[in-house]
Design a protein around this ligand. Structure first.
Ligand SMILES: [Zn+2]
Length: 251
C-alpha cells in the first residue's frame, strides 16, 4: 500500500488525488469512510507508483528537460517542449499530472509550453544543447513578464508607501532578490516572477523601505512591517523554496 497524506474538508464533495514532489495527497469530504479511500488508492496504485517514481527521479531544480517543473507566480508549472515554425513560450490549462475525479474543481497543474523553432531544433543534436535553448527562451519570457509585473506592483506600492525610487532596474542576480543604492536606485532579480504576488510585494516593499533606512536596523523592519504585515510568511516562502528558485545551467 502506498503512503499518502489525507486531507479532509467540510466543503469538499469529491475525492481527489494528487502527486507532487513524489508525495501522494488525497483530498476527501468528511463523510467518506477510510476503507473507501483505501480501495480508491488501490485502484489507482499502478498509476500512482509510476508517477511517484517519475517525480522522485527528477531533481529539485529545473533542468530544462521535458516534464521538469518550474515556479511561475508561486504556481508549479510543468515544462512541455515542442516544435513549430516560430519559437514561443506560453502557459496553458491542460492537465499535467493531477487526476480529479467526479469532475471536481479545475486542475491545478498547468503546462509551461516552450516552442522551439523547427529549423533551429535541427542543430540541437545533444540533449544539453536543447536544454540550453529552452533555458534561453524561458529567460527571455521570464524577463518580459518580470519587467511588466514588477513595474506594475512597484507603481502601486509606491503610492501606498509614498516612497519612490529614482530609477528601477530589472536584472539578473546570482543570489539576491533586490537591492537599493545610495542614489535611490532599486534593482530587482527577474526570477522574482517565480514567487507568488505577496512575496514579490514583500521584496518590493523591502527595497522601498531601504530608501528611508539603508540598513537592516529595527527601524527598517518596523517600516517594512507597517506596509507588509505578512513579511514573515513571505520570508518563509522564499526560504522553503530556495532550491527551486535558482536556475542552474543544464548539466
Ligand atoms: Zn535589505
Amino acid at each position: 500500500m502506498l503512503e499518502y497524506q489525507l486531507i479532509r474538508s467540510k466543503r469538499r464533495k469529491t475525492l481527489s488525488l494528487q502527486v507532487r514532489h513524489g508525495q501522494v495527497t488525497v483530498r476527501a469530504p468528511y463523510y467518506v469512510a477510510a476503507t473507501l479511500i483505501d480501495t480508491f488508492i488501490k485502484e489507482k496504485s499502478a498509476w500512482l507508483h509510476t508517477k511517484v517514481a517519475e517525480q522522485k527521479k527528477k531533481p529539485d531544480f529545473c533542468d530544462f528537460s521535458q516534464g521538469s517543473s518550474l515556479f511561475f507566480l508561486g504556481e508549479h508549472l510543468t515544462l512541455n517542449i515542442c516544435l513549430a515554425k516560430k519559437s514561443n513560450v506560453f502557459i496553458d490549462n491542460s492537465i499535467a499530472n493531477e487526476v480529479e475525479l467526479f469532475c471536481a474543481s479545475k486542475p491545478s497543474l498547468r503546462q509551461l509550453n516552450v516552442v522551439i523553432n523547427e529549423r533551429v531544433s535541427i542543430r540541437l543534436i545533444e540533449p544539453l544543447d536543447k536544454a540550453a535553448r529552452v533555458k534561453k527562451l524561458l529567460e527571455t519570457y521570464f524577463k518580459q513578464q518580470a519587467e511588466q509585473l514588477i513595474i506594475e506592483r512597484l507603481e502601486f506600492l509606491s503610492t501606498q508607501t509614498s516612497l519612490s525610487p529614482t530609477k528601477v532596474n530589472i536584472r539578473q542576480y546570482r543570489a539576491r532578490w533586490g537591492s537599493c543604492n545610495n542614489r535611490g536606485e532599486l534593482s530587482f532579480n527577474y526570477l522574482l516572477v517565480m514567487a507568488p504576488i505577496f512575496v514579490i510585494d514583500y521584496v518590493i516593499i523591502h527595497e522601498l523601505c531601504h530608501l528611508v533606512h539603508l540598513n537592516h536596523s529595527k527601524d527598517f523592519w518596523q517600516l517594512v512591517e507597517k506596509f507588509c504585515p505578512n513579511v514573515n510568511t513571505a520570508k518563509k516562502w522564499l526560504n522553503i523554496h530556495q532550491s527551486q528558485l535558482h536556475w542552474k545551467n543544464p548539466t
